[in-house]
Ligand binder design. Structure first.
Ligand SMILES: [Zn+2]
Length: 274
């Protein structure tokens, strides 16, 4: 009995060590491919390490988000870069803030689940990751395939990449992204009800993202080009000023709100179901 426990402990230790090494390899490769900046790679490694401690089933969820987002961001990259060049803040390598905005809530929920195991933490973690995936897929698919998006704020068509604007293809991406992440969570031990709740939570989180993007997210103005942007220094080199929205409410903070509301909505829906 004691021997079996010891063996399991060693096996567990090996699994965790292997996971932490694997997370480091993925982070370094992503950094070399310029998908992540140096700080982004460190944050991604920390995210992967905590996930490895939580177990392989959670690594599958994280890798589903990471690999699908990486693949989608490379797909039609030139076209998307051209369409969003004037608007979007951070193209190319993702920094630590972006990694934290997308993965921070997920990691926090996994850590709470390790410290104090409860199904709700797992559902919250999956809901957060479903929201991050839904939001990312919507942006990537919408920018690659959609027409010019329709702004919830101005109720007019705006430049692709504008926050708070939607396309039909992008909205389809919401649902498919949330569903795929949730399906990747089948090995986490959560029951079917919990998985459905996480998927619904993910879609809710992505809608919150769009809503905040249309309302309180800061919009900046370039006096040289006479257009709205999210960039503090516009693509043309001019420093921009906050025109409306809440100053300091950046895209990263909106993404953080997206994952946090995905987690919360997933738990609320699950409670309501059961
Ligand atoms: Zn400009």
């Amino acid at each position: 009995m004691i021997a079996a426990d010891a063996a399991r402990f060693v096996l567990d230790g090996d699994r965790i060590a292997a996971g932490i090494v694997l997370a480091a390899i993925v982070a370094v490769v992503a950094w070399r491919l310029q998908m992540l900046s140096m700080t982004g790679a460190v944050a991604a490694w920390a995210t992967g390490a905590v996930t490895a401690v939580a177990g392989w089933a959670w690594c599958v969820v994280l890798l589903t988000f990471f690999c699908s987002s990486a693949a989608l961001s490379r797909w039609r990259r030139q076209l998307k870069a051209r369409r969003t060049a004037n608007v979007v803040t951070k193209m190319g390598a993702r920094d630590a803030w972006q990694v934290a905005a997308n993965g921070g809530v997920f990691v926090a929920m996994l850590a709470l689940n390790l410290a104090w195991p409860r199904p709700a933490w797992g559902i919250a973690a999956l809901g957060a990751m479903a929201a991050a995936t839904a939001d990312t897929w919507a942006t990537e698919i919408g920018t690659a395939l959609g027409r010019d998006p329709w702004s919830l704020r101005t109720r007019q068509r705006v430049v692709a990449g504008t926050s708070g604007a939607i396309t039909t293809m992008g909205t389809a991406g919401f649902f498919v992204g949330a569903a795929v992440t949730t399906l990747a969570g089948v090995w986490t031990g959560l029951d079917r009800m919990a998985l459905v709740a996480a998927a619904i939570g993910g879609v809710c989180g992505a809608f919150v993202d769009t809503l905040l993007g249309a309302t309180i997210q800061e919009r900046r103005w370039c006096t040289t080009c006479q257009l709205l942007t999210e960039q503090a220094t516009h693509a043309c080199g001019t420093s921009t000023t906050v025109r409306d929205g809440w100053p300091g409410m950046t895209n990263d903070l909106v993404n953080l709100a997206c994952t946090a509301s995905g987690a919360l909505a997933a738990v609320v829906v699950w409670r309501w179901f059961s």
